[in-house]
Write a protein of this length. Sequence first.
Length: 255
Amino acid sequence: MTRFVPLFFALFGMTAQAAVVQPASGFGDEDGWIFQGEDSTGVKLWKKEVPGSPVVAFRGETIIEASIPRLASVLGDSTRRTEWVADAKESRDIRVNTMMDRVEYNRTGAPWPVQDRDFVYQVTVNADRIKQSVLITINSVNEPSVPPRDGIVRAELIGSRYLLKSVDASHTRTSVEIHADPKGELPKWLVNMLQKNWPKTTLIRLARQVSKDHVVENPDFRAYFETGKTPDAWKKPAIKAADRSKSPEQPLRGV
């Protein structure tokens, strides 16, 4: 679900500002987030050093002109993810436990001589009508049915989240947070330097996608936020979920 080129190679300009500690309004755990600036498109960026991890976590936030149901529908549609997730070559559901809990696969392209990366991850969606918000958490899992493939490096989403909070009927404050390790032999200092603008790229592309005419809202999201009735599809007994432990360590291979 992430683009490899902007995630690790593409640099985008942002307004130069001194880094200061500033609360990020999206998520609850705000300790350690350092505000990096706001660019001309209105995207705010933060970073956070994570104890015990050589890779840095990054966060972005902006207001997108779309309702929560429309945004949630786009984020939940794996069949069209290659339309807006940059360099996504493959995206599919591995197993749908319920509409709010599924396991997905994503492969992202990389320029030669770097090998493509792929991710296998659990997606959990929590909607709150009272707070008018949706929280989507994404973490790598060990899924035996999808073993690593030759020529592709299995990367790890240590932790990623989207938070959607309604501003009004047609605007949503949208936050995205990512802590990812591409694995392989890429030096972590390079990963950190080039990965910092992934949230900005993702939010801009998401805003473009939700504005397209072909986007269809999932009626369950619309019904829930309008009536408060929990759809049956959200309550189906879950099939055995993937092991939620981190992806197994791999020998360093590829770049």
